[in-house]
Design a protein around this ligand. Structure first.
Ligand code: SF4
Length: 362
């Protein structure tokens, strides 16, 4: 099994169908210094969350006295819509709403209604805690689908990972509610931290097989400067795939589109699809089409960035859309990020002061 996996993973990524290679972006199209298009805009709508996941928002850092952004610092829905409209005009095809926990942002349905007027796919990543209550309203507002984080199916393990005693059952209810209103296909993301929840890989696979939902396992990353990351706690995706394949034979499948983050596998017996996201052991910067807007209007060209570009000042200075568009295009054109390709022990250190995942979203 081991021999077969490793080469296939590499091969799949290299054999994108002819013409779907990002490097060949059409003439005149907005590309960065590595000829990558801008396709995915991720918008963080809050830096707050009701969970304290140990790999993202450890309690000891994000306590009650943590200085969260104030309401007036946040971009308004009108401002977010203005920026989103320009990005769609520049080539963005998908908008993902993130946080913190985006469902904590009051009246988020109103923002979704605004964005739903744009010719773009709108998705949202949530911890599922408020999903059962909000699924119908999100769907009615125009949301297309959701991704739900779930780091274990065993209650004790899940509670240890979210560190606020939140039960698995409530998240599963949220997933069921989202499925019932048609916010599908639903992706379920599990961050795997070796020694903490890697014993949940097979129980999660058993639970979501034949459910129609797509289970994905994310390698534990050195995002931000607070989670005490170390390589020993990273379980490579190849090991995750090997563990599942030993019980449920898997077959590799091609990406849905160039630059798709997850590597896709299907159960050979038709039991559905899983994915692995391997930012640490299989860098995918070469096809990265993502840009991130923070909740107070900073634009980040990489998840592991240390600083951003202030769009809020431009938005509030009364500059017109043309000025904003020029600024955004210039930021993308000057982009050269490839952090996962150059990650070293040094860059992973807290001293690197990278932006926090809970602030910028995944
Ligand atoms: S590390 Fe940065 S450039 Fe690389 S894939 Fe992630 S966001 Fe993109």
């Amino acid at each position: 099994m081991t021999d077969r996996i490793i080469p296939i993973i590499r091969a799949t990524r290299a054999t994108l169908p002819p013409g779907r290679d990002l490097a060949a972006a059409p003439e005149g199209e907005l590309v960065d210094l590595r000829r990558r298009r801008v396709r995915d805009l991720r918008i963080s709508v809050t830096d707050r969350c009701n969970f304290r996941c140990v790999y993202c928002m450890p309690k000891e850092v994000f306590g009650d006295d943590y200085a969260y952004l104030s309401r007036k610092q946040l971009l308004s829905f009108e401002e977010i819509e203005r920026v989103a409209r320009i990005f769609v005009d520049l080539g963005v095809e998908k908008i993902r709403l993130t946080g913190g926990e985006p469902l904590l942002r009051k009246h988020i349905e109103n923002l979704i209604e605004r964005l739903a007027k744009l010719p773009v796919e709108i998705t949202l990543t949530t911890n599922g805690s408020l999903l059962a209550k909000k699924a119908q309203a999100l769907k009615d507002a125009g949301l297309h689908r959701v991704t739900v984080s779930l780091d274990g199916i065993d209650d004790a393990v899940f509670k240890r990972m979210n560190d606020v005693d939140y039960a698995v059952g409530d998240v599963l209810d949220g997933i069921a509610a989202a499925a019932a209103v048609g916010l599908a296909p639903i992706k379920v993301n599990c961050v795997v931290k070796r020694g903490s929840n890697d014993d949940q890989i097979l129980p999660l696979a058993r639970h979501f097989r034949n459910s129609g939902h797509i289970l994905r396992f994310i390698e534990y990353m050195d995002v931000g400067s607070s989670n005490g990351w170390c390589m020993d706690e990273v379980l490579p995706s190849a090991d995750v795939v090997a563990r599942i394949d030993a019980e449920f034979p898997l077959a590799a499948i091609d990406p849905n589109y160039p630059g798709e983050v997850a590597e896709r596998w299907r159960y050979a017996d038709g039991g559905g699809e899983i994915g692995v996201i391997s930012s640490v052991t299989q860098a995918f910067c070469a096809t990265c089409t993502r840009i991130r807007l923070s909740t107070e209007g900073q634009l980040y060209t990489c998840l592991f960035a240390q600083s951003g570009h202030d769009l809020r000042a431009l938005l509030r200075k009364g500059g017109g859309d043309e000025a904003l568009r020029r600024e955004i295009a210039a930021i993308w054109r000057g982009r050269d990020d490839r952090y996962s390709e150059i990650r070293t022990a040094a860059t992973a250190l807290p001293a690197a002061k990278k932006i926090e995942m809970s602030y910028i979203g995944g």
